[in-house]
Design a protein around this ligand. Structure first.
Ligand SMILES: NC(=O)c1ccc[n+]([C@@H]2O[C@H](COP(=O)([O-])OP(=O)(O)OC[C@H]3O[C@@H](n4cnc5c(N)ncnc54)[C@H](O)[C@@H]3O)[C@@H](O)[C@H]2O)c1
Length: 258
């Protein structure tokens, strides 16, 4: 295989959740540029449609679909619909995620905890569960769960539900990797450090003190642009990672190396 073939996603079919903005939009565009047909799924369907339009305008292949990843029936129907239309599902990027208001655990409402866990953990579980079904038939597939460095270490500001959800995604990834290795299905996680601009990241716009302190914890000394994750998502989605499973790919300017 040539290097171009190793990284090519020609004839692959991908689903990216939370594809309407931020990291998800970049992931969708990257997979499409490498040749995949990308189904852009998001609870905000107008945003997903805009991502798909941008891909089509650049000569790629994409479609948009409304999906709330917390809803079991919706997830099953979207994944089954992709298979009904395209005959296969090769790549599932489980990216949709939310963050609670920053507050210590003793101030966190149960509803705030439940809301974050529903999207970040139940959503990843449901999407992985439904995506793996056609992959089991195919005996191939790539599942990429989007975790966070805050799934590996405690955060530099209080976000207990987010930290718990991302830690769980990290170990769910390892568990699924072992379960599905006999079927040649790779299950890996991407654990980004601080990337912007995204809606999630804009939460800190009003807090220059937080920016300064967090930046000082990053050995590279700066935050990253979402585009800097393009190579990492392509690596995990392509043949380049065929012997890699249960891996947590940290892309963080050295944050967790401390
Ligand atoms: N931005 C960062 O620095 C960073 C760092 C580490 C991890 N992450 C993770 O990357 C992922 C994307 O984050 P982002 O910064 O791009 O956030 P974002 O808020 O910009 O985008 C999140 C997307 O998910 C969608 N979404 C939210 N709830 C949904 C649901 N129930 N069903 C379907 N879609 C839903 C939103 O509509 C939005 O399009 C998240 O899992 C986040 O935890 C981000």
């Amino acid at each position: 295989m040539s290097i171009a073939e190793i990284f090519s996603l020609d004839r692959k079919v991908a689903v990216v959740t939370g594809a309407g903005m931020g990291l998800g939009r970049t992931f969708a565009a990257t997979l499409a540029e490498a040749g995949a047909h990308v189904v852009c799924a998001d609870i905000e369907v107008a945003a997903a449609s805009e991502t798909a339009r941008q891909i089509l305008d650049s000569g790629g292949s994409a479609a948009a679909v409304r999906l709330d990843v917390t809803q079991e029936a919706e997830v099953a129907s979207v994944m089954a619909g992709v298979v009904a239309q395209h005959g296969r599902l090769d790549i599932a990027v489980n990216n949709a995620g939310i963050l609670e208001p920053s507050k210590p655990a003793h101030e966190l409402e149960l509803a705030e905890w439940d809301a974050v866990l529903a999207v970040n953990l139940r959503g990843v579980f449901l999407c992985a569960r439904e995506a793996v079904k056609p992959m089991l038939q195919q005996r191939s597939g790539k599942i990429i769960n989007v975790a966070s460095i805050i799934g590996l270490v405690g955060a530099d500001h209080p976000i207990p539900a987010y930290a718990a959800s991302k830690g769980a995604v990290v170990n769910l990834t390892r568990e699924l990797a072992i379960e599905y290795a006999p079927y040649h299905i790779n299950v890996n996680a991407l654990a980004p450090g601080y990337h912007g601009p995204t809606r999630l990241d804009r939460r800190y716009d009003h807090n220059p003190a937080w920016y300064a302190r967090t930046k000082s914890l990053i050995p590279f000394g700066h935050f990253a642009k979402v585009e800097s994750l393009r190579g990492s998502i392509l690596y995990l989605a392509s043949s380049a990672s065929d012997y890699v499973t249960g891996h947590i790919l940290v892309v963080d300017g050295g944050y967790v190396a401390r």
